[in-house]
Ligand binder design. Structure first.
Ligand SMILES: *Cc1c(COP(=O)(O)O)cnc(C)c1O
Length: 840
């Protein structure tokens, strides 16, 4: 039972006194330059206890961050009050990953403080950019899925939706990537070492979470069958709240991340036995739950700790959501009208069983009623068709960690299968495929099936991906419930990816068409006529060159390589995965190299090939490919014969803050996945928004990007989904391509011969073997010739700068569809039924 509320009389007295106190002059959160300077000085002194002699750059960063945070607090409180009073429908975005990057610049921009803060610091002889560089990235995600969640938070606040992000406050986010002799080495990234200026710990809202134990079935005093979950081990979830400010409005939403803490009574027995050390060791064990992000992108490992992480943050979040609802409602009758919960992939899909458990076991709701509510609050977003990414848990493991949830999953499944059989709409094959339980030796719980069965909406993340979901992965479910399936093409926030990352281009765009595009990206269309304006094209090229200079300075400092600013900056940055085909890119580079070596007169249009990619630590082939890129770079960059023609750069530790420097500097965006494998991609959109031209297959959102920009402004190559299927039906033999294409043979022979691995001739044999003897699962060889021809068209186009910049400008002008504002509006209107709730 919660404690009785304080008397209303006492509270309103406090409210009046607080209001009077806030009317006093000298408000500490004014936003003029003088007040910002004062706030900085105060925080340096009162928060950091430093003066101008002792302050480090980091102290100064914290002083600025605190000054900015102060200016979010009133709006944050008012936003929450507004949602509370209006009893508006809330949206909860559950995600195991939030790849936020840095917060300070984004907050300055959204609050409209960037220029005044820059001036305030300049008057103290400080450069804002130097302080921005001090902030560590919040790298609580692997790649696209986690970054999507971060872009969504920005759009939700900007569009004034009453929304909350829920996730885990990992002590270690994605690893820091170092290179040793061209090989990836992982190091833990201690992003919290110096503290986090943005989070507010809320120990007072701690939530108990149970694991293990067993269930007891009994009959209660009303003769009703009930279940207790007993003999559990308890862990506490402590929330840390981060404010998320909308762009130029009064909305500040909350990202609530949970940290695992040992419960005090947890090890009383050890303490009582006098084993103090053993008890404290046990404490550590329960706190490992929020210790580290699993660094596998799109592959699952079936590790117990991972299941514990998923259940931990889901249980905390569901508890929080129900508590908030019960503050203003007597029962759960209208729950589905007030709450929408979106599951970012199947990682939080256990929420379906958890909500049922809490309703049925704790609040004593009838199963049917609980299920009806459940089924109308959840939405599930699928992010991939790759079989290795589909989450399945061994029934044994699942039942040991979450015995009550396993019973609930069985019951959900039993009722579902009965219903399907009764409907006569599915044969036994379909029934077996749709069952939440995969039968056979080592039975498994299929989380995707649980998510589909427990949700009112299932969406893919690009038009093509959604079609493939309907016809392949979820074909049986689609036949049963076609109305549940819908598409929500991904997007990215133009605040971070254009306004903040490319300030010169943003300023120029605003000069030409006004500032509306920042929150209405369709306005960018008004740039179209300027593609035919020679002066504008010149300015556009100058900005691209400045951005290339900025990236070149990073490359010089990190890699010691001097880049040719006149060369094509041809960029592939994304997680390393075989389906993304970084290898195809390398095959093309090796081909170019061999061609130059064979024909000294061959002078291709100069290109700089830029890569950035982290590999999952246990992904052998991905790590080989990173080594290959670096080895090819080593040879190419030091060969005097190719000087000034091609160069290869691998940027280490690709992450959000580095990405913000890379996209604006790119001429060419490599989006070359095997058709049907990339669900959407979002990097492709960031490139387009910054005026890079895409070399791409008809995969994921590339299809829609090409539709928007027009076929003449997109470099298309490669097999389509249908052609891939056809080729596989006929029987794909990579050796045929090897034998029939002399250039391809020369490239693979060069890799086999040790040309790029002096002293270790067999180093890259596993790569060649996977292509030839391993069946080339991602069809690099099948698409090689088409890719080469496409790259030739790219070079020809670049020779005509006027034509190229015209195409690039049209890419920017037609990028409006890929604003995450559009995506979020579609989720809100078509899935959540949420309405904007502005803050006065
Ligand atoms: C956008 C982004 C991604 C996703 O890139 P894709 O090319 O869509 O795979 C991954 N990592 C970071 C740091 C990003 O900013």
């Amino acid at each position: 039972m919660p404690p009785p509320p304080k008397s209303t009389a006492g509270r309103s007295e406090e409210a009046r006194a607080l209001a009077r106190a806030r009317e006093l002059p000298n408000s500490r959160t004014a936003t003029d330059v003088d007040s910002l300077r004062r706030a900085f000085a105060d925080h340096l002194q009162y928060s950091q206890a430093k003066d101008e002699h002792t302050a480090t750059a980091l102290d100064r960063y914290f002083a600025v961050a605190y000054a900015v945070r102060d200016r979010m607090m009133r709006r944050w409180v008012q936003t929450q009050q507004t949602y509370y009073r209006s009893d508006t429908k809330r949206v909860y975005y559950l995600s195991l990953e939030f790849l936020m990057g840095k917060a300070l610049e984004n907050n300055l921009i959204n609050l409209g403080l960037r220029d005044s803060m820059r001036d305030a610091l300049a008057s103290l002889g400080l450069e804002l950019d130097d302080l921005l560089a001090q902030e560590p990235d919040a790298g609580l995600g692997n790649g696209g899925l986690g970054r999507l969640a971060a872009c969504f938070l920005d759009s939700l606040a900007t569009l004034q939706y009453p929304a909350y992000g829920y996730g885990i406050r990992y002590e270690f986010g994605i690893f820091d990537q170092e290179l040793r002799n061209g090989w990836q080495v992982e190091r833990p990234e201690e992003w919290l070492r110096f503290g986090n200026a943005w989070e507010i710990p809320r120990p007072e809202y701690e939530v108990p979470v149970h694991f293990f134990g067993r269930t007891e079935h009994f009959v209660d005093e009303h003769g009703k069958h009930r279940v207790r979950w007993v003999d559990t081990r308890k862990v506490l979830g402590m929330p840390y709240d981060t404010p998320v400010a909308g762009y130029h409005n009064h909305t500040v939403n909350t990202l609530r991340l949970w940290r695992a803490r040992a419960s005090e009574e947890f090890d009383l027995s050890d303490f009582n036995r006098g084993d103090y050390i053993a008890a404290v060791e046990e404490k550590n064990l329960s706190e490992t739950i929020s210790k580290v992000l699993y660094p596998n992108d799109l592959t699952v490992m079936g590790k117990e700790l991972r299941l514990q992480q998923q259940y931990f943050f889901v249980a905390c979040s569901i508890h929080d959501i129900l508590n908030r609802h019960l503050k203003t409602h007597e029962s759960f009758d209208g729950f589905a009208d007030k709450v929408a919960i979106q599951l970012n992939d199947t990682h939080p899909a256990i929420a379906v069983a958890e909500l049922m458990r809490v309703f049925v076991d704790q609040y004593d709701l009838e199963w049917e009623k609980a299920w009806e509510i459940c089924r109308s609050v959840f939405g599930y977003t699928n992010h991939t068709l790759l079989p290795e990414a589909l989450e399945r848990w061994q029934v044994e493991l699942f039942g040991r960690v979450l015995p009550r949830h396993l019973e609930i999953v069985y019951e959900i499944n039993r009722r579902f299968l009965d219903e399907v059989r009764a409907s006569g709409k599915a044969d036994e094959g379909a029934v077996a495929r749709m069952s939440i339980i995969e039968e056979g030796p080592g039975r498994q719980v299929r989380m995707a099936n649980l998510a589909v069965i427990g949700s009112r909406s299932v969406n893919g993340v690009a038009a093509l991906h959604t079609e493939l979901l309907k016809t392949e992965l979820f074909h049986d479910f689609h036949a049963l419930w076609p109305e549940r399936f819908n598409n929500k093409t991904n997007g990215v926030t133009p605040r971070r990816w254009l306004l903040a990352a490319n300030p010169e281009l943003a300023r120029t765009i605003t000069e030409c068409i006004g500032p509306q595009w920042v929150t209405d990206a369709d306005e960018l269309r008004r740039l179209e006529p300027l593609a035919d304006d020679a002066d504008f094209r010149r300015v556009f090229r100058e900005i691209k060159r400045q951005n290339k200079e900025r990236l070149a300075a990073i490359v010089k400092a990190e890699n010691g390589i001097t880049l040719d600013l006149d060369s094509i900056f041809d960029v592939q940055v994304k997680r390393l995965h075989e389906y993304k085909r970084q290898l195809l890119n390398v095959l093309h580079i090796v081909h170019q190299y061999l061609r130059i070596k064979a024909d000294p007169a061959y002078a291709p249009v100069p290109r700089t090939y830029v890569f950035g990619a982290k590999a999952a630590p246990g992904y052998f082939m991905a790590k080989q490919i990173i080594k290959l890129i670096n080895s090819v770079g080593e040879v190419v960059n030091h060969d005097l014969d190719v000087r000034g023609r091609i160069a290869v750069v691998f940027l280490k530790n690709y992450r959000v803050s580095l990405a913000e420097r890379v996209f604006p500097a790119a001429d060419v965006s490599e989006q070359i996945s095997t058709a049907g494998k990339e669900a959407s991609g979002t990097g492709n959109m960031k490139f387009q928004m910054n005026g890079a031209l895409t070399v791409g297959t008809l995969d994921g959102a590339n299809v829609e990007i090409r539709e928007e920009v027009g076929a003449e402004n997109f470099f298309l190559f490669g097999l389509t989904v249908e052609q891939v299927a056809e080729l596989r039906r006929r029987g794909y033999n990579p050796w045929e391509y090897y034998r029939n294409d002399r250039d391809l043979k020369a490239v693979l022979d060069a890799l086999s011969s040790g040309r790029f691995s002096p002293g270790e001739p067999r180093l890259f044999q596993p790569i060649v073997d996977s292509l030839l003897n391993g069946g080339d699962p991602y069809l690099c060889l099948a698409d090689f010739r088409s890719y080469l021809e496409c790259q030739e068209r790219v070079s020809q186009a670049y020779l005509d700068p006027e034509r190229w910049s015209r195409m690039a400008i049209l890419n920017v002008a037609r990028s409006g569809k890929f604003s995450s504002d559009r995506t979020i509006r579609e989720y809100a209107e078509e899935i959540w039924g949420a309405t904007p709730t502005p803050v006065a």
